[in-house]
Write a protein that binds this ligand. Sequence first.
Ligand SMILES: C[S@@+](CC[C@H](N)C(=O)[O-])C[C@H]1O[C@@H](n2cnc3c(N)ncnc32)[C@H](O)[C@@H]1O
Length: 578
Amino acid sequence: MNVDPKCGFCGVESTLKCAGCQLIYYCSPEHQKKHWRAKHKNECAKPYEIVYHSKEAKLAKNEEIGRFFMVTKPIPKDTVLFSENPLVIGPKWNLDEYEQRSTIVPCVGCFADCHLGQFRCEHCHWPACKPDCPGLTNANLHGIECGILRFGRAPKPTDDPETFFDYYRYDALLVLKCLAIQIRSPTQFDQMMNLESHYEERKKTHYYRDTDDRVVSYLLRNFLDPLQKLEKKQDKQVLKVCDRKALHKIAGILEVNAMVIPLANGREICGLYPIGCMLEHCCVPNSFYTFDCSKGMKLTFKAGRDIQKGEHLTTTYTHSLWGTQLRRQHLKANKCFDCKCERCADPTELGTFLSALRCMGLDGEPCGGYQLPIDPLSETSDWKCNRCPVQITHDQVNFLLSKIGEEVDELMGRKSSVKEFEDLIQKLQNFLHPNHFHLLTLQHSLIQMYGHFNGYQLQVLSDALLQRKLSMCRDMMRIIDVLDPESFRLTLYAGSILLEQQFALIERNRRQQASGAGNLENMKRDYQEAYGCLVRARSMLRNEMGTKQGKKLLEEVESALGRISDDHLALIGNVGTA
Ligand SMILES: C[S@@+](CC[C@H](N)C(=O)[O-])C[C@H]1O[C@@H](n2cnc3c(N)ncnc32)[C@H](O)[C@@H]1O
């Protein structure tokens, strides 16, 4: 895109940009102010607009998409699209069974870890990190729901811990907070209730039945029925909307729209962002977001690449490194739509072969080709080889993948040895394309074991294993470069690969130097590559959301950069300084 880097007011070369449209440059804040008053306030418009497909249009055209953002003028990469504060934040609402029975829970005031049965809010008796946590009295945090939670009969600290798990259902808290928004602001409540819930579709699923028991009935029985009884007695109404259907609708709204916010303490919470949730899903999105935990969980969306007029703004609702079948199933089950994006529609997933299976050939003699879905947009498509005439059924593919998935999960779910990882990778390579996502999962663990595990420390790793570590890192980065080129979805994943790639390169060079057999050109190339890995990892991690793992990884990357000594920098010559 051609943007003139000259001050919009006086015409001199400038570097400051208008934060709104990111299109006009300024030499100084004074000239920006003057230009704003004289001209720019009328032309500085958002480079996108919301488009709404009405319910009727949706039905007529069988369109699932609803509202979305259409780009109205070219947007350069890294442009801030918008920032917004959450309508509501709270503990993750879709907890698994293990999380439902954890004795370490988030403080209702500030989400810090606390122990069930230790400190409590003095009014509602829900767990807190300390009795005077400031969040307990903050109207935007615990203040929202505390008045309603007081209607419950909390267990005593000395009661059987089992009663704690049943009473303190953290997965119901966010639904209650959403319901309570109507007390603070009926307008915001209407805005929230206007978000997509897929209520009718959800009603037919087990999610609805599970929510009915675990969240809706629980909230009514413990807090809302007693509140309504009192309301009747006193002829007052605090909650105008408080029925079973509204609670289910809110649960649907959270499932479809809530965003997961990673906190610096390692915990994840959820938030509802009315503008942010309007972005459409795509498996190779053009935008990315970060949260600022120091500023009330403010969300900022940025353009991940140059975006052209006519494109939709997109983000990803699912996992970038899952295969198409898995991503589409996840989106269908949780967000009630069939993704038909460019990646989903391509059997090779943009040439990565992330879901491809090895073809076993005609008489059990592998032909060297790969099995790919005939129609990746059909849930029941059969698969065919890209080299020979062999086809396999959808059921056969599912059977194989579920068995492999179980084996991978079992290995990943316990403390497994390097040998066990190596063996499973070797076994699965007989069935899967080398880039298959199940193999990537195992290899991502293995590259972190080679060089760090007992008996496999970098200095004692055989040359062959060192080379294997390096090859796996490079192969994985090649896939990430296609599926998430700026690594804004896979930041930690890619950051850790780049760090390991650099370890392998530096160690290889150390060995070559020590043996005196190294070729200077090759060594120079290795250092350049290692240095490039670290610089890239540092820049992506600086954009990360400040999570515990992100911070730790960034520290490791910075210290590795520090270790690339002056000698090394001299060797790599023209790369420049950090
Ligand atoms: C977070 S909301 C996005 C806002 C929504 N379009 C609306 O009008 O409220 C997610 C929902 O939007 C629709 N959606 C988003 N991306 C889509 C896509 N790529 N294809 C079809 N529907 C999509 C689905 O109904 C999905 O459940």
